[in-house]
Design a protein around this ligand. Structure first.
Ligand code: FMN
Length: 185
């Protein structure tokens, strides 16, 4: 599997990758254990804040809650089968890095590892966790971002439910219709 060389990236620009709502792989580590989950239910809540639903009772929930840290990794289309596999088993039954042949590389600010085979990795610390009967919402602050410069626009996958995915593709620009202060550069 291809590994990406990632560079530091401004944390206030992570929307470029997360705002379109791609499937991500969330890595965690706590108390000598590490885990990975597949996630479709996340959203930007500000420039460097991400809301995420992590089901109570999962291995990832325990590690995320215990450590207060995670890494949100962005897989590309070539990792789709791996992402589906990761999302259909539990880290309680064995280490998913080993099981799926993924490489853990050390993060700069958190103990959870980056996934080397992912195009981008966003190190996060927990700002808030809401545990209630209906949903388990985590609010993550991105404290360090790592992005591969090539490809600039990775082919990401977007879950529609029921085992079906959309793949990112055509880019269109409407910069000319925006007020200048609405644009970042
Ligand atoms: C495409 C896809 C998207 C998923 N999205 C979420 C999600 O947003 N939140 C969640 O809690 N579980 C989601 N899951 C299920 C988790 O990935 C799964 O429960 C998790 O991998 C359990 O592993 P763990 O016990 O090792 O944490 C998704 C699974 C797939 C295949």
């Amino acid at each position: 599997m291809k590994r990406y060389r990632k560079h530091d990236f401004p944390t206030n620009q992570v929307r470029r990758f997360l705002e379109p709502g791609p499937v991500v792989l969330v890595s965690t580590a706590w108390n000598g254990e590490r885990g990975i989950m597949t996630m479709g239910w996340h959203m930007m809540l500000g420039w460097n804040l991400v809301g995420a639903y992590i089901t109570a009772g999962t291995h990832s929930h325990r590690l995320a809650r215990g450590s207060g840290e995670c890494v949100i990794n962005l897989p590309t289309l070539d990792l789709l089968d791996t992402a589906v596999g990761i999302g259909n088993c539990s880290g309680s039954d064995g280490d998913k890095f080993d099981r799926f042949g993924l490489s853990a590389s050390p993060a700069a600010r958190v103990r959870a590892p980056l996934i080397a085979e992912c195009h981008s990795s966003f190190e996060c610390v927990l700002r808030e966790a809401h545990d209630n009967a209906d949903y388990d919402l985590f609010v993550w602050e991105v404290v360090q971002a790592h992005v591969a410069p090539v490809p600039k626009r990775p082919r990401t996958v977007h879950y529609r439910g029921n085992g079906e995915f959309m793949v990112s593709g055509k880019e269109v620009s409407r910069r000319r219709l925006f007020r200048p202060e609405m644009l970042e550069e």
